[in-house]
Design a binder for this molecule. Structure first.
Ligand code: CO8
Length: 259
């Protein structure tokens, strides 16, 4: 897949997506969002892809936010439409993807950049990363799900403090409040994400997707228990369930097909 603002490649069943606008600190302009929407859809429908690692080019920024230079073009209606489209095609599309997404946060994750990381299922940060939602410094609020996902991840009090002060926090603080799962030196960032996905890759793919779906239903108040019950039932219909149980009984490693 050739993109203008992304580098993407599949290696050993992992799709690596790197946002590649280093001079603008990987800010999300319209074109980058459209390309992200495309690559997210590709990940969802491509059987070879078992997980996605999303990161930014360079040592300075994961993503420094939505592209502020495009904002002057918008009125209220257009801003609302842009937020809705971005949420549907990129941010919610990641969260609802059947494939696990890991954000490898390699520097500044600000505004839409932190919102992008929060839409991913797991976040790993390099120890020099800085995270924040500074939209109120621009007279805006987070528009790509940030008020919701930050609250889900760190609770109401911390979310209100971070959003209303616009303060950036360090990776260490982010780990302490549950905003990121792990903090590692920059040189270990991708390998830590790979370590996690390499474990997930050994598990039953349909069960992995079903588990993520039920967890997301919970945080979005969308009938989590019912989602879990229905998804649990569907697992019994899969070849992978039969393989997993046979492998256990036969004392061998399961070889899942994802069917
Ligand atoms: N948009 C566009 N360009 C950016 C952005 C951005 N978000 N961030 C940095 N850049 C550009 C700078 O303009 C600069 O370009 P140039 O060299 O042409 O002047 C280049 O990247 C390097 O940046 P700096 O010179 O500013 O680098 P510093 O090391 O001095 O500072 C910071 C780094 C602190 C990260 C600083 O760049 C900064 O504060 N950036 C903006 C951070 C921010 O406010 N992000 C939130 C944006 S709002 C948002 O994301 C809303 C999301 C919801 C949208 C809903 C749909 C409409």
């Amino acid at each position: 897949m050739a993109y203008q603002n992304l580098i993407s490649e599949v290696k050993e069943n992992i799709l690596y997506v790197t946002i590649n606008r280093e001079k603008a600190l990987n800010a999300l302009n319209k074109d980058t969002l459209a390309e992200l929407a495309d690559v997210i859809a590709y990940a969802g429908k491509t059987e070879e892809v078992r997980g996605v690692i999303l990161t930014g080019t360079g040592e300075k920024a994961f993503v420094a936010g939505a592209d502020i230079k495009e904002f002057s073009e918008y009125n209220g209606k257009q801003g609302e439409e842009l937020a809705k489209r971005g949420q549907d095609e990129v941010f919610n599309a990641i969260e609802n993807s059947p494939k696990p997404f890991i954000a490898a946060v390699n520097g500044f994750a600000l505004g839409g950049g932190l919102e992008l990381a929060m839409a991913c299922h797991i976040r790993i940060a390099s120890d020099n990363a800085k995270l924040g939602l500074p939209e109120v410094t621009l007279g805006l609020i987070p528009g790509y799900g940030g008020t919701q996902r930050l609250t889900q991840l760190v609770g109401k009090g911390k979310a209100i403090e971070m959003i209303t002060t616009a303060n950036m926090i360090t990776a260490a603080e982010a780990e302490k409040i549950g905003l990121v799962n792990h903090v590692v030196p920059p040189t270990d960032l991708i390998s830590k994400a790979e370590e996690i996905l390499n474990l997930v890759k050994q598990r039953a793919p349909l069960a992995v997707s079903a588990a993520i779906k039920a967890i997301i239903a919970s945080v979005n108040n969308d009938n989590g228990y019912t989602t879990e019950i229905e998804a649990f039932g569907r697992c019994f219909e899969t070849a992978d369930f039969k393989e997993g149980v046979s492998a256990f009984v036969e004392k061998r490693k399961a070889n899942f097909s994802g069917h």
